[in-house]
Design a protein around this ligand. Structure first.
Ligand code: KIV
Ligand code: NA
Length: 264
């Protein structure tokens, strides 16, 4: 199947075909998701909490994003590779956003994602004007976890829902090619999806978004994170634990390595 471009996501929205995005940070997972037909791979700043052992994505650095974006971009050809701009790399203004966005593209990103609404319109414009596609991120924005007082559903109530629509339209007006909606009531996410011409990609945002995204270790049951919006489609944690236990047992009983694993 052909290389996925942003226009394919746009086309999917128009035709009412939901598409999938998964996070990816390394070679093998990225290749498996490519084989599975996942259209978009997100090198999320969630790499900080899923791979690097941090408590918050605010700990993820620009260098982290460059390293893991490179790993994913070198490993796949078909999926669209989107990379997060790390916390602190774009808030100060368009020049900073552009400098870091350019480096992510050099590392292999085909689009960059940043969190925020109307307040980051100048950054979105600068990136888009430079030929760097932008994905927005509204609702619960993890880089603002401290000012949002934790992981909480956003956009509840008429005023907050209206602000979400206004912010989404502002991002689209600035040239954003898609908008992630995180932890938003399903009806509000549906309203944003209908208001926008560009696709929405939901996580904890109900079934009416144009696409869905999950952190892959949650999707595969590796993280053990069972938020309400998560479905674990496998039990990788259980399978990996069982494999490691069996390895340990067989070594302890001198059943592994056997003659077939040994050299004369
Ligand atoms: O970093 C990430 O994994 C994300 C997704 C949850 C959208 O931003
Ligand atoms: Na992120």
């Amino acid at each position: 199947p052909a290389k996925i471009r942003l226009r394919h996501l746009q086309q999917a929205k128009v035709e009412g075909r939901p598409f999938t995005m998964l996070t990816a940070y390394d070679q093998f997972s990225a290749q498996i998701f490519e084989s599975a037909g996942i259209e978009v791979l997100l090198v999320g700043d969630s790499v900080g909490t899923t791979v690097l052992g941090h408590a918050s994505t605010t700990a993820s650095t620009h260098q982290d994003m460059l390293t893991f974006t490179g790993a994913v971009a070198r490993s796949v050809t078909r999926p669209l590779v989107v990379a997060d701009l790390a916390f602190g790399t774009y808030e100060s203004g368009p020049a900073d956003a552009l400098r870091h966005g350019v480096e992510l593209v050099r590392a292999g990103a085909e689009a960059v994602k940043l969190e925020g609404g109307a307040e980051i319109v100048p950054q979105v414009r600068a990136l888009v004007d430079a030929g760097i596609p932008v994905v927005g991120h509204l609702g619960f924005t993890p880089q603002s976890v401290n000012s949002l007082s934790g992981h909480r559903v956003q956009g509840r109530g008429d005023a907050a829902a209206e602000k979400l629509v206004v912010d989404a339209l502002a991002l689209q007006g600035a040239g954003a090619a898609a908008v992630v909606l995180e932890l938003v009531p399903a009806a509000v996410a549906e309203a944003v999806t209908e208001a926008l011409e560009v696709p929405t990609i939901g996580i904890g945002a109900g079934p009416r978004c144009d696409g869905q995204v999950l952190v892959w270790q949650d999707m595969a049951g590796l993280s053990g994170f069972h938020g309400k919006f998560v479905k674990a489609f496998a039990d990788l944690r259980g399978q990996l634990q069982a494999a490691a236990e069996q390895y340990r047992a067989e070594v302890g009983e001198r059943r592994y390595p056997g003659p077939e694993h040994s050299f004369d």
